[in-house]
Design a protein around this ligand. Sequence first.
Ligand SMILES: Cc1ncc(COP(=O)(O)O)c(C=O)c1O
Length: 344
Amino acid sequence: MNGPTGVTREDFASDNHAEAHPAVLAAIMAAGRGSAPAYGGDRWTAAAEASLRDLAGPAAVPLLVFNGTAANVLGLSVLLGPGDAIICADNAHFAVDECGAVEAMLGRKLLLAPAPDGKLTPAAIEAVLERCTDVRTPRPSTVAITQATELGTCYTLRELAALRELCDRKGLRIYLDGARLANAVAHLGCKVADIARFADALSFGFTKNGALGADALLLMTSDLAERAPYLRRQQGQLASKMRFLAVQISALLDGELWLDNARHANSMTTRLAADLEKLPGLRLTQPVQSNAVFVELPPAATNTLRKSWTFHLLPAGVTRLMTSHATGQADVSDLATEVAASLK
Ligand SMILES: Cc1ncc(COP(=O)(O)O)c(C=O)c1O
């Protein structure tokens, strides 16, 4: 949108609002000439899959899909057996923001656990398990978590290890929604494999990281790989012109552009949070651990800011401000200045 000076500036509504990275657009143009095998039989798809395996570990089986919702539905469909249910945070994206895709497409029940900071704990999972003692509730077989979470927080590797330990003890599988996995890796200073090894299947989001529209599902357990390609096809997620998804992912993986983009987005959020925290009367409601700030603003200030900025207002009156690879330092200082003015 245009700022007061008429210059185009980034908004703070979502990393989905951000432009595609120029390297991604150039890669699509370059792959567009000539014909190539369809449905992933091309060299670009093989290259993207190899790069994903390099990051997640040699046992990982990557499947490219169009978006994050599709990755979640496909990943969960691969993990669930007949009659199985999913334990997840009450604020998980697939529980509240995907139009019930998992319930509608897979016919599965989501067993919700409270997660005030977006993170499931072993105790919260055990409390759900205690409710599921007989055939009146479906059998929980899978715990689904999100990294980075819907509330911008990140599980530490130790927290992931504790969830894995519990799930192994209880015979549960783990699905990880990694729509913002890049931001979590940047925040934790770890490798993709350090997180991926705790999951049976996980998504790795590129759309929010600078792609035009391409995400990946990574299967971490070999027994899952056989059915997955069939399910992807049935769910309408096998791109005939797969090379155009693949080159987007490779453009971001080459030279670790994905990590630079995530580090940049996170650093813009850190800077914004620091500016906002200096303002009297403002409270950040969540620790800042990825690319989103959650802040309580007085309603009058929110109304003023809404005239010139786009951002999400959550039901509890909390404002979510999200940065991306394209957020500039000037965007952050402009917003912080206008927030300060709106409080006067
Ligand atoms: C955590 C998380 N998972 C999944 C998705 C779904 O991605 P898409 O809207 O591309 O399907 C989103 C989208 O914002 C998200 O925030």
